[in-house]
Design a protein around this ligand. Structure first.
Ligand code: MN
Length: 207
């Protein structure tokens, strides 16, 4: 995955046809989001890092977890673009054609979500409730805390969970660019259909 690589970062090829997630995410939406927006974060990050050879061996996690090591004049921009690359890398790695996937978590992840939220359906409701609270642009995220508890979080703009002691399970892009071409102002339909193309990792918690 991109987040384990270093400068110059490269956009991996989208592994499916651009229409492979339709009707839940149509071809135009996936093409613009992946090939234009995601690519732009990568290109912008590379341009920002170019003048700083000391940063060229750093992964996205290295950059995002140690802001104090970034050059002051470029810090805010590097954190934003690196966060954008990191979040989109995770997002797109958790999307797959609807006939290839299970549409629900299994095993330990399923049990932990059921224990915390009552049922998988209730977990999804809480997740969407959280997403609806985002003002402007951001992400809704499922993480596990250090003691293995599932937690739903909102992140603003291109903030990431990297600086925290959390394990990221998956996230949903709540920027308008992720749904507007297809859903326009009806983002609730995007929130509802997102689950049809989401891949749940089989999550293993090591206490
Ligand atoms: Mn996006």
């Amino acid at each position: 995955m991109l987040r384990y690589t270093v400068y110059p970062f490269r956009l991996p090829e989208w592994p499916y046809g651009y229409d492979a997630l339709s009707p839940y995410l149509n071809a135009e939406t996936v093409y613009f989001h992946y090939d234009k927006h995601f690519r732009a974060y990568i290109n912008n990050l590379n341009a920002l890092l170019k003048p700083y050879p000391a940063l060229h061996g750093k992964t996205l996690e290295n950059l995002l977890s140690a802001p104090q090591d970034l050059p002051g004049e470029a810090k805010v921009d590097i954190l934003f673009q690196a966060g954008g690359v990191y979040n989109h890398d995770v997002y797109f790695n958790h999307l797959a054609p609807p006939d290839h996937i299970l549409h629900k978590p299994t095993g330990l992840l399923y049990e932990l979500l059921r224990n915390k939220f009552g049922s998988f359906t209730k977990f999804k409701e809480k997740f969407v409730e959280s997403a609806k609270k985002i003002k402007g642009s951001g992400w809704t995220v499922l993480v596990f805390t250090a003691n293995g508890e599932p937690l739903i979080l909102n992140l603003a703009n291109q903030d990431t969970v990297v600086p925290f002691d959390y394990t990221l399970v998956f996230l949903m892009d709540v920027w308008e660019h992720s749904y507007y071409l297809q859903y326009q102002n009806v983002k609730e339909d995007y929130f509802k259909n997102f689950w049809e193309v989401l891949v749940f990792d089989s999550y293993v918690f090591n206490p």
